[in-house]
Design a protein around this ligand. Structure first.
Ligand code: NDP
Length: 249
């Protein structure tokens, strides 16, 4: 385990699933963690779990990442609470699946606003302290769907493809300050999001995964922890898939 002693991390969507696992892993390594999610109950639960093991290591912030003003206020609040920010993990994400014929404008906007604009909002809110950090890290949780596209997920694919372009632009803009910016593209990982898939769809997907199973949240967390740590200082602007080989060329 890498040491994150003295580091402060912000994890959006840290209430459950992949983000919850990332928040707990960074805290286990010694980081102080700002856990952000929509509902107080959700981010509060993760923060309580972290604080039970390391008192004072986490604080919960119930906020909609799509709300630009609220996220800028969050930036001020986290700085007041923890003094600095070194690591930003943009993990909050939603789906509103449907074929284009039936997709409503609201489905498009909700997904783009959360998954893509949410990352813009947080980078704007936290980039100053991250640039001052000696080891600034921005890690965006994209998806293999942003690389491949998917019928019924035009909004989600566009948001994640946009997030990948954003990740690379941030990498170029902030490289001079030693900040790295990378995207992690999970394939199918067992969480609430994939538990919602029908058994037939699940079987169909499994035939396309060379390693023959869905991933676990830890598979994604392990990579994020590596990218957040000192061992990844020379990796930036990359998109790394954690997908059991599904998208290998
Ligand atoms: P979950 O649905 O399990 O959790 C999503 C988290 O994001 C929750 O904590 C939720 O908050 C938070 N969230 C959602 N919308 C907002 C918002 N507007 N503002 C603040 N927080 C928000 O998702 P997963 O763990 O499955 O996915 C995490 C990320 O990984 C997502 O970006 C997803 O697209 C990506 N991903 C997941 C894959 C998978 O197979 N699971 C595959 C590829 C990518 P709350 O708890 O309060 O509702």
């Amino acid at each position: 385990m890498q040491s994150f002693e003295g580091k402060v991390a912000v994890v959006t969507g840290g209430g459950r699933g992949i983000g919850g696992s990332i928040a707990k892993a960074l805290a286990a390594g010694g980081a102080k963690v700002a856990v952000v999610s929509r509902s107080e109950a959700s981010c509060g639960r993760t923060a309580d779990e972290i604080n039970a093991a390391n008192p004072g290591a986490a604080k919960a912030y119930a906020i909609d990442v799509a709300d630009h003003e609220a996220v800028q206020e969050l930036g001020k609040q986290v700085l007041a609470d923890f003094g600095t920010v070194d690591i930003l993990v943009n993990n909050a994400g939603v789906t509103r699946d449907g074929l284009l014929m039936r997709m409503k404008e609201e489905d498009w906007m909700t997904v783009l606003d959360t998954n893509l604009k949410g990352a813009f909002n947080t980078v704007k809110a936290f980039m100053r302290p991250i640039m001052k950090s000696e080891s600034g890290r921005i890690i965006n949780i994209a998806s293999v769907i942003g690389l491949m596209g998917n019928a019924g997920q035009a909004n989600y694919a566009a948001s994640k493809a946009g997030l990948i372009g954003f990740t690379k632009s941030v990498a170029r803009e902030l490289a001079g300050k030693g900040v790295t910016s990378n995207a992690v593209a999970p394939g199918f990982i067992t969480t609430d999001m994939t538990d919602a898939l029908s058994p037939a769809l699940r079987e169909g997907i499994l035939t396309k995964i060379p390693l023959g199973s869905f991933g676990e949240v830890d598979d994604v967390t392990n990579l994020v922890v590596f990218l957040a740590g000192p061992g990844a200082r020379y990796i930036t602007g990359q998109v790394i898939a954690v997908d059991g080989g599904m998208t290998m060329q």
